[in-house]
Design a protein around this ligand. Structure first.
Ligand code: ADP
Ligand code: MG
Length: 331
């Protein structure tokens, strides 16, 4: 549906987006994940028609978008700050795009109710934006963006301004809302947890370039390189002899790098790796233990269910779960 073919966007001599090719199918949510400054917003703005493309081509449903102005693309945009009209009610904000298209009042009112229901704010139509929490404001902004059933929804870090617990909840709600509305969306974020919570597919960007893309599982299970693995949220990423030691302990061939989920390393009396506990911490999910393993370095691990947290200085052994690690092919 949306197709980017070798797209480059420059600001003067600076290349912000460098030769990026991407495909997005109808009804799919694609997360573009990358650190701050890597070119995510620029890419989104180019798709929206807010930034000229200096090389390459962007097409939608087969039609070239070059020369199609922003307001004729049929896309909707949503930003970190939903930019609500504060002097208008929630209902008026949500119905704004329908009113300027001169839809009948009755129809607008019905659609506004539907949209508020969709985003979990039924009954909020008469509220003033100033009386809403940050999360509620972003829900209103989302309802407003969805009002005209955009062909494509472009979301630029829509949850970044919210606090962590709200962000996690709203990320899951956002996925549910987009899926239920059947919206095709391009979602840009620097937060891997958000990307995994919201998207079907992921594109990893770094310094203007596309590092890898695929389904969530493909990207998670096969990080392109160590840096990608760290950015995807693997707490331990090893290469060289450190990786060899862990791969050997896992019964795997050596020579590649390895990224380990925390639960890939478990404190166990029989484990093949030996180390010294640096710290341990009880969390709702697991007891998290940092262990210094000679020849490997400091790694993140967990204890087996029900065992007491080991104390700092204690010697422990670790076993490696090979289904909880990702091998990173040496380049
Ligand atoms: P991200 O959204 O991933 O944080 P941006 O797309 O905003 O990244 O920025 C990518 C690069 O382009 C950065 O180096 C940034 O400083 C630069 N940049 C962004 N907008 C402009 C602009 N209007 N003029 C010049 N440089 C810009
Ligand atoms: Mg940005």
């Amino acid at each position: 549906m949306l197709s980017l073919h070798q797209v480059t966007v420059t600001y003067g001599a600076a290349v912000a987006v460098d030769d990026v090719s991407l495909e997005l199918s109808a009804g799919e949510v694609l997360a573009v994940l990358g650190p701050s400054g890597c070119g995510k917003s620029t890419l989104l703005r180019a798709v929206a028609g807010l930034e000229p493309v200096s090389a390459g081509r962007i097409t939608f449903d087969g039609g070239d978008l070059a020369g199609v102005p922003t307001h004729k693309r049929g896309f909707a945009l949503m930003f970190q700050d939903g930019q609500l009209f504060n002097h208008q009610s929630v209902g008026a904000n949500v119905g704004y795009a329908l009113r300027i298209r001169h839809r009948p009042r009755r129809e607008v009112a019905t659609r506004v109710e539907e949209l508020l229901e969709l985003v979990g704010l039924a009954g909020y139509a008469d509220r003033a934006p100033a009386t809403l929490s940050g999360g509620e404001r972003q829900r209103v902004a989302l309802a407003r963006a969805l009002a005209v059933e955009p062909r494509l929804l472009l979301l630029d870090e829509p949850l970044s301004a919210l606090d962590k617990s709200l962000r996690e909840r709203l990320a899951l709600d956002l996925r549910e809302i987009l899926t239920r509305a059947g919206t095709t969306a391009l979602f840009v974020t620097h937060d891997h947890e958000e990307a995994f919570a919201v998207a079907d597919r992921m594109a990893l960007m770094r310094a203007g370039r596309l590092v890898q893309d695929g389904t969530l599982a493909e990207v998670w299970e096969h990080p392109a390189d160590s840096e990608a693995a760290s950015f995807l949220g693997y707490p331990t990423v090893l290469d060289g002899s450190a990786a060899d030691a862990v791969l050997t302990a896992a019964g795997l061939p050596v020579g590649d790098g390895v990224a380990l989920r925390r639960s890939a390393l478990r404190v166990s009396a029989e484990g093949p790796l030996h180390g010294v506990v640096l710290s341990s911490r009880v969390t709702p999910d697991a007891v998290r233990v940092e262990v210094d393993v000679p020849g490997v370095g400091v790694v993140a691990s967990v204890t087996s269910d029900g065992t007491a947290p080991p104390s700092p200085g204690q010697e422990v052994r670790l076993e490696v779960a090979r289904n909880r690690l990702a091998v990173i092919p040496r380049r």
